[in-house]
Design a protein around this ligand. Sequence first.
Ligand code: NAD
Length: 369
Amino acid sequence: MSNFTRREFTRLSALTLAARLAPVLRAQDATPPSSANPDRKIGYAVIGLGQIAAHFLPGALLTTNSRITALVSGHPEKAARIAAQYDVPSTSIYNYENFDNIAHNPAVDAVYVALPNSMHAEYTIRAAKAGKHVMCEKPMATSVADSEAMIAACKAANVKLMIAYRCHYEPTNLRAIQIIRDGSLGKVQAIESSFGFNISPQQWRLSKKLAGGGPLYDVGIYSLNACRYLTGEEPEHISAYASTIDRDGRFSEVEENVSWTMRFPSGIVASCATTYGANMPGYYRVYGSKGWLQVDQAFVYEGLRLRAEWPGTTIDELNPAKDPSHFMAETAHFSRDIQTNQEPRANGQEGLHDMNYIAQIYKSAGIKS
Ligand code: NAD
């Protein structure tokens, strides 16, 4: 996994600051797409204008190689308001019924799927059939079978599929990986990680049908994925427990807590937990034979803090980058992958791995998938 240079890091921070200060979003590059111009900006259709799309939109705008060219929403007024902000013509606003017409819109190269989890597969497959590249939010889907169908559809259509694992493109997480790969901590022995929050009632995240499951699908997946990118290994043994403590109506369909342990081929052991019943800031701590490292706020949009110690070295670094720098970085990378015909680092296979491990965790915990 490549690392960010300090220059790129500084540029990210500066651009994010500039975005915060700018009172009005600047008009986007409206250069029409042309195959004779491979450096033109990649045009994105954003599907689902909810909470995460509100981070993606300004993040994409901060890149030098991406632009917003279409919106897909069930709420025409909201779509019109956002279209005006991002210079998207009204002819490029779609709803869920006429979405497939996007195939005829040459300004759209790729889609960003920002819908509830169970809708990821359908819209990824429809986008692939329309000939568009896909950046799909995590979790990739709500089943292994759907994930495999998404990969197959993108392959058949010869379009790229990236799962929006922000942390794969985020400097503090990349630095943690680099420290481990450099051997500074000696042999890694154990990892602890958790991420959770106290969920408010009545939202799709608590619907088994729409979410696939509880906090593991939503936020526990960050710890699972982190253990894989920190070790660079795939877990060979997994065991898990789940529980629901609060009987207040929120958890009639999905579980409240999951904890799981994993053993990796080198012998590294990992211990993780996730919850929808308590605020549990995302973090990981890695113990090696010569030292340790810890990243606090490891999975949120800003305020990531890396601490580490090994003989002769003490590190305590607060990443100054502000939201939406993570969204800018992942979008810039995906657009570059499209422009240069490279396979995304966080590709469909990467998402499928996590879906397989989630299925194993559920099985071990006795939860029906
Ligand atoms: P949200 O509820 O804020 O937005 C979901 C959007 O989907 C809304 O615009 C809603 O109108 C639309 N929608 C269409 N059909 C719907 C239906 N049947 N039920 C509910 N909504 C429907 O959700 P969100 O927090 O933006 O999450 C969207 C996706 O992004 C999820 O897969 C989630 O896991 C992921 N996510 C990723 C991150 C990240 O940091 N990468 C953070 C939050 C969410």
